[in-house]
Every structure is written in structure tokens, then in C-alpha cells.
Design a protein around this ligand. Structure first.
Ligand code: AHM
Ligand code: MG
Length: 344
């Protein structure tokens, strides 16, 4: 990193990006977006502090957290969800939200002001990993609303292709807490410095390395895979020096953590369709689409195997899709393998 960038906060970085956007388009920056991202970052800091306390819940006997099994995990999910909903509801920048934790859309009405953006989020993805100290994360996506500004948003503001996203990103609660986001102009990573309570620029303009050295998938599910998925995985792990051979296997079972590692080191993540049902496990609006948007702007790609994730028009808020994401050449090779199986 250049010396001039040392100590760049998330807030400062977003403002600079907005100025550049204003220069490109001639529009005056309204400041709404930077405030919205700041509010997401505040929620991320609060959740991070709570996640770090999770292991102490038993020892300290925190109210309602006396049981480290199951019950505690549920509570942290709820905590993360409530934190994000309340912070965004009060922000004045959001008109409607959808969360993995809530069946119905979450409207923003009086006395709160319905703002310009529609947000989808998974408040605590991979939360079954909390009690074993494995990284988990918050995933978010941001659409600009369509309807009249100042009125409540509608489900239609959320059911939109990922290609139309204004921004997306995630917060990873790992060995350190990081926030990664893109507005379509580079993917930027910030590490939380707990001593000053700020997200500081640590990874500017992240690009997926050219070499796809890792595949990540739950191989325990291989009996439920299609023949094309099995052939693909056999091929990428077979010894060889080719671009898509000789890959090592890494699977955490926490989407944000698996995705983040592949983004930084090069890799492909697969949660493919179940052969019997044709369905995937992961959710389109707040898992697949935002990470597909991040992948795209880091030079990668995401697909169901049949179509680009970003081109999909969602039919329901909690829709599940197969997800193959990471290095573009690796994901395209998977698509070819699916097409070949179909044509035989
Ligand atoms: P969750 O939203 O209930 O946490 O489930 C999503 C998680 C992802 O983080 C991860 O990629 C996947 O489920 C792991 O699933 P599996 O345990 O079937 O491999
Ligand atoms: Mg999830």
C-alpha cells in the first residue's frame, strides 16, 4: 500500500469514490450512500464485538446465553438481525429490507423515513460454526429503489437481478474483522482496528489471482451431485500442471470465509444443484447475488451452472440457487461440463 493511503478510513474512501463518480457523471454526490455504508459498518462493528464475546458467554454467564449449544447460536443470529434492521430502519436511507432471518419483507414506515435504497442481507452466515470458533460473516446487497422517494418500498424493489445492484459486500468475523465492498468500481477491503474502532483500508482494488489453485465444496454431498459436477471435481483435483488441474481442496462450510479465501488466493467454490431436485442450497438475494457482484468486480464470475447469477431475475425473496463462484475460467469450465452432460 502507498504511504499516502495509510490510515484511510472506510468513510473517507467512500467519499473519495463518490467524488470520482461525480466527476465521471457530472451528478452532485448526495452523501446518502456513504452514510448508508457507514451505518452498515457500525452494525458490523457491533456484531463483531458480540461475536467475539460468544465464547465467553458460558464463562461470564451472560443473560440468556448460558447454553453454548444451539440456543446460543440462535440468539446471536437474532442479535445480528435485530442490530442491522434497527440501525438501517433509523438511518433514513432504506425503504425496504429482506433478511435471511425474517420470512416477510421488512418495510420502513412512519415515524422512520423511507429512503432511497432496498437492502437484502444475511445477518450471520455460517452461524452453525460459532461454537467451534470458525469465521462467519454478514453479507449485504444494495439496490437503488424504483418507486417514488419518500414512500415505503415494495418487494419489487428487492426482486431485481444482481446486475442492477448499486453495491454489495460482506463483513467477515475472522482472525480480524474485515469489511469488503464494491460499488462496481473495484473491490476494496478494510480491516477493523479495534484499538481505534475504525475500518482501515487494507486491501485496495482486490483482483482474484489468475491461478485458480483451490476448489471448495462439501464433498460429503458427492452422492447427490450430477455426473457433470462429479466429473468436474475429479478433473480439477487430478494431478497436472494445467490451469484447472492439481487444485487443492479447502472447505470451511462458512460461505463468506470460503469466498473470501478464494477471492484473495484464487479458487472456485461450488454448492451445486442436487441431482434429484435440481435445486441448490444458498439464497439468491443475500448470498449468491451480492458475492457474484463482488466476484465480477474482482475479475471473477458466478453461475448456477446454467446461467450467470447476476442475470437471474429473482422470483421470491428466499429463493435458493446452485452457486459456482470464483475464478472466471474455472466457473466457465463448470458451465461447459454441465452443457456437455445435457447434450449427451
Ligand atoms: P446458513 O445460512 O444456514 O448459515 O447456511 C449457509 C451455509 C454457508 O455459509 C455455507 O457455504 C453452507 O451453508 C455450508 O453448507 P453445508 O454444511 O451443507 O456444507
Ligand atoms: Mg446464510
Amino acid at each position: 500500500m502507498e504511504n499516502s493511503q495509510i490510515g484511510t478510513t472506510l468513510t473517507h474512501h467512500v467519499l473519495l469514490q463518490q467524488r470520482q463518480h461525480a466527476k465521471r457523471t457530472g451528478e452532485q454526490p448526495a452523501g446518502d450512500f456513504s452514510e448508508l455504508l457507514n451505518q452498515i459498518a457500525v452494525a458490523g462493528k457491533i456484531i463483531s464485538a458480540e461475536v467475539n464475546m460468544a465464547g465467553l458467554a458460558d464463562i461470564l454467564g451472560v443473560a440468556g446465553r448460558t447454553n453454548v449449544q444451539g440456543e446460543e447460536v440462535m440468539k446471536l443470529d437474532d442479535f445480528a438481525n435485530n442490530t442491522i434492521v434497527e440501525i438501517l430502519r433509523r438511518s433514513g436511507h432504506v425503504c425496504i429490507m429482506t433478511s435471511e432471518e425474517v420470512d416477510d419483507p421488512i418495510e420502513v414506515r412512519e415515524p422512520h423515513f423511507p429512503g432511497k435504497y432496498a437492502i437484502a442481507f444475511d445477518p450471520l452466515d455460517g452461524s452453525s460454526n460459532i461454537d467451534v470458533n470458525v469465521s462467519i460473516g454478514t453479507i449485504f446487497s444494495i439496490h437503488r429503489r424504483r418507486g417514488e422517494y419518500g414512500s415505503p418500498g415494495s418487494e419489487a424493489d428487492l426482486l431485481r437481478p444482481g446486475a442492477e445492484l448499486a453495491a454489495a459486500g460482506y463483513v467477515i468475523y475472522g482472525s480480524s474483522t474485515m469489511l469488503v465492498y464494491t460499488t462496481g468500481h473495484g473491490v476494496h477491503g478494510f480491516t477493523l482496528d479495534p484499538s481505534v474502532g475504525e475500518f482501515l483500508l487494507s486491501h485496495e482494488n482486490i483482483r482474484i489471482p489468475e491461478k485458480c489453485g483451490t476448489y471448495s465444496t462439501n464433498e460429503g454431498n458427492s452422492s447427490t451431485w450430477t455426473a457433470s459436477t462429479r466429473h468436474y471435481v475429479d478433473a480439477v483435483k487430478s494431478p497436472g500442471d494445467g490451469p484447472l488441474e492439481g487444485m487443492r481442496s479447502r472447505y470451511i462450510g462458512s460461505l463468506v470465509a470460503d469466498f473470501h479465501r478464494n477471492l484473495i488466493k484464487g479458487g472456485v467454490f461450488l454448492y451445486p444443484a442436487d441431482a434429484a431436485t435440481g435445486k441448490g442450497k444458498l439464497r439468491l438475494l443475500y448470498e449468491a447475488a451480492p458475492l457474484a457482484f463482488v466476484a465480477k468486480h474482482a475479475g471473477g464470475y458466478a453461475s448456477t451452472g446454467y446461467e450467470s447469477i447476476l442475470d437471474m431475475k429473482p422470483s421470491e425473496l428466499h429463493q435458493r440457487v446452485p452457486l459456482i463462484i470464483g475464478n472466471r475460467d474455472a466457473v466457465e469450465a463448470y458451465e461447459r461440463s454441465v452443457a456437455d452432460e445435457k447434450s449427451t
